[in-house]
Design a protein around this ligand. Structure first.
Ligand SMILES: [Zn+2]
Length: 490
């Protein structure tokens, strides 16, 4: 079962910041609200007259502008009242007899997103609508649906361009917060959340305004230890770790640990960086160190970076990265090994199988096992769609039965590829009984068994500053030793 991350919202009192309880204690005199409404009613009437009688337009524009100035002055004085009066009750013991009138949260400065939303949620008469954008969307399209006045819309779109948010990204969140009272003066504002540390508050009233709010991201170091009972994911969650760390762990150890075959009783310890915004954990940054116990062996990796080098190294200071990946697909599951004596499953006669067949589902990505240059990306009767890569003067690799139209973008003769780059998608083209990847490993022009090839296991040579690495590793190792396995009995 997936544990939901705990979100703790603790409103902080910072100067110039208004929290919800203070805001609900402030008030706007009824008289002024009524006046506001009168003015907006008058504007509506004026607009109608203006469209009916063009001769009156110039004269009325003057009156309209004057009214607009009056309106904005009222809004300013409203703001003044709010900030003055919120000090009153506690300072002078003045009793407020009228029930406090709420100030729309849009007028509060520098509130956290979570606080803004909490305010809107608690506030009677306000409701919020949360939309996760399912495609790239222009802010204009979103605002047009809100039927806000055209001039206001144009100004907001202009401000959005200035803030570089006129085009909103897919997967980001758009909040609409509005009063339930559906009259002309409906109070509305919007929030665009670009990331947990960056969001924009968009107001139409009292004047079009977009406020960019940037939060600082803090790094906290987290250490966890776990024992696998069912899956690695569950074990990480059970030890109060974040799911996202699983991928980082695989990335660091993929050359030495086969994560598709981890088993119950396998153990791990991890030190990683968490990203925090205020009181909320928002992400996982770097994995700093990992120890993994599997198959009666211990594997460990330490993150190290200096001006020349960045990556994971074992405790001897050898790079975790090998010249070739163990498998060209994510499952390291061999369905038919290299076998020069094999009887062919389709043709029935004795034909050597000079490839290694890896299990794959249709359309699974196929990875280049090492850096190199594509020397073939074409179709042949038996091979089906296939790719061949030259890695150096000794080694070449070949990937067969790629699905129909299944070459990855840019994969053609002469293309340079990096280790782990997707070159195509698994299929069953050519002579194949089912979906799989037939992987062929060439050494000096002859096919050999990659599992017996030393080059597959050899480290990539690195120029590591041994002394500096040693220091870093020792400190991480010390922290690692302090992490207890909290649950060894099951
Ligand atoms: Zn094969």
């Amino acid at each position: 079962m997936k544990k939901k991350p705990k979100i703790i919202i603790t409103p902080k009192k910072v100067e110039g910041q208004v929290n919800s309880s203070e805001m609900s204690g402030s008030k706007i005199p009824k008289k002024e609200l009524a006046l506001d409404r009168n003015i907006s009613n008058n504007i509506v009437k004026l607009k109608k007259i203006m469209s009916d009688n063009k001769l009156l337009v110039s004269g009325l524009t003057f009156i309209f502008l004057s009214l607009f100035l009056v309106l904005s002055n009222y809004n300013k004085s409203n703001n003044h009242n709010t900030s003055d009066q919120k000090e009153l009750p506690s300072a002078d013991g003045v009793d407020i007899k009228e029930p406090p009138k709420e100030v729309p949260p849009s007028k509060s400065e520098n509130l956290d997103l979570s606080e803004l939303l909490a305010v809107a949620q608690k506030r009677e008469g306000y409701r919020q609508n949360i939309k996760v954008l399912d495609s790239i969307t222009s802010i204009k399209t979103l605002l047009q649906k809100e039927r806000i006045p055209k001039r206001m819309l144009n100004e907001l779109v202009y401000l959005a361009q200035e803030n570089n948010i006129d085009i909103l990204k897919k997967g980001k969140t758009w909040y609409t917060i509005k009063s339930k009272a559906a009259d002309e003066s409906t109070e509305k504002f919007y929030i665009y959340e670009e990331s947990p540390s960056q969001y924009f508050v968009i107001n139409g009233q009292p004047k079009p305004e977009i406020k960019s709010i940037t939060k600082e991201v803090h790094i906290k170091i987290k250490s966890i230890a776990g024992v696998i009972k069912t899956s690695l994911w569950d074990a990480v969650r059970d030890s109060d770790g974040d799911d996202r760390v699983v991928g980082r762990m695989e990335e660091a150890l993929k050359w030495v640990v086969d994560f598709y075959h981890v088993a119950p009783n396998d153990k791990f310890k991890i030190i990683y960086e968490e990203e925090w915004v205020d009181d909320k954990m928002v992400g996982v940054a770097k994995l700093l160190a990992v120890t993994f116990y599997t198959n009666n062996k211990i594997y460990d990796a330490y993150y190290y970076k200096d001006e020349k080098i960045e990556g994971y190294f074992n405790r001897m200071g050898q790079s975790m990265k090998k010249k070739f990946l163990k498998s060209p697909v994510k499952y390291n599951k061999i369905t038919s090994a290299y076998n020069p004596e094999r009887v062919h499953p389709v043709l029935g006669d004795k034909r050597p199988h000079l490839g290694t067949d890896f299990f794959a589902n249709k359309a699974d990505p196929i990875f280049a096992v090492g850096d190199g240059t594509v020397t073939a990306a074409t179709f042949k009767k038996n091979n089906g769609n296939y790719v061949k890569i030259k890695h150096d003067n000794i080694y070449q690799t070949q990937y067969l039965h790629i699905m129909e139209n299944g070459f990855a973008e840019g994969i053609k003769v002469g293309a340079k590829v990096k280790q782990g780059q997707v070159i195509g998608y698994a299929g069953q083209t050519g002579l194949a009984t089912g979906v799989h990847v037939c992987f062929r490993f060439w050494k000096n022009g002859a096919q050999v068994d990659p599992l017996k090839e030393e080059a597959v296991q050899s480290d990539v040579p690195t120029q590591l500053d041994k002394e500096s690495f040693q220091e870093r590793k020792d400190s991480l190792l010390l922290q690692m030793d302090e992490i207890p396995f909290f649950d060894l009995s099951f």
